[in-house]
Write a protein that binds this ligand. Sequence first.
Ligand code: HEM
Length: 303
Amino acid sequence: MVQRLTEPHFALRRFPTIPGNSHPDMMFTATSLNHDGASGTIVIEKDLHEWRPQQPGEVRSPCPALNTLANHGYLPRDGKQLNHSIITRALEEGYGLSGVLSHILVIGGIALLGQAGSFALDDLARHNRIEHDASLVHDDTKARDEYAPTAPDSTLVNQFLAQAKDGHFMTIEDVAKARVWRESQCPVLNHLHAEIARGEMAIALGLFSQLDSDKQGIPVDMLRVWLSEERLPSDWKPTHTQGLLETIRTSWKIYNDMKIFEDKGDNITPDERGSRVSNVFGHRYLVSFILLTFLFVAITYWV
Ligand code: HEM
């Protein structure tokens, strides 16, 4: 909620704006009014990053991570007029992603999107660019539609969360099983999209998994809030810098577990055994993608 206050007895404690981002929603967002009895002034505490879901006229993407950043004001809350630097800064501030990882995600994403100039969150729903079939919590794009649904599907959310074997924590193995199951329901994903699909959850596992507990994985309640309300779990703050290598390692583990489930024939129909999970050479696409992105960043800085 943007506050427009004109009364003289209000003293605004203005938080610094985020450098390079002058979007109006990011300047004044009040969550509480504190009355300072001594001076008789009212100090407005500002929480730039309070959660506020999508409002009429605002747009969202099929990505829970980016929508959450918009709902918390790390991205413009209307989801519009985005560019490379706005998104990388939001990923670093909101989730603690490393510079390298956020640059690779954003430059790679923009290259796949193939759209010149600024773009909006709903542009990311364009089918078969970054967006792909077999999403965990979003329906596939309907035949002849150009854009995929951006709202999470509550049935898919429940089905996905039900994959947590112990009912409390979503582990790498549970994610792999869910991916095999979803990929069994649509035409085979190409290698790049299969890689992207594993990478999306690899980052989420890195961000939200409990580190100091003997239980591995993301607490299911936390994951439900993030996926269905597109909201950061309460009191959650990045605990570490999520880097590229860690993400690749987790993605590999998801891949290997998917192979095991596939070989066992779990979660897929019998005639699909042995053909569903993209083979190891699919990783060539990821490596080429990362190398090309590095090249692009290097050229941009040097020229
Ligand atoms: C912290 C970083 C990120 C995380 C943790 C993340 C996580 C996710 C997850 C878990 C999904 C899958 C949703 C589902 O299966 O239903 C997803 C989908 C998607 N993400 Fe992200 N994402 C991140 C950054 C980005 C960036 C930087 C972009 C583009 C610039 C992006 C674009 C997309 C798109 C287009 C989809 C839809 C793919 C599909 O069809 O499922 N994401 N993301």
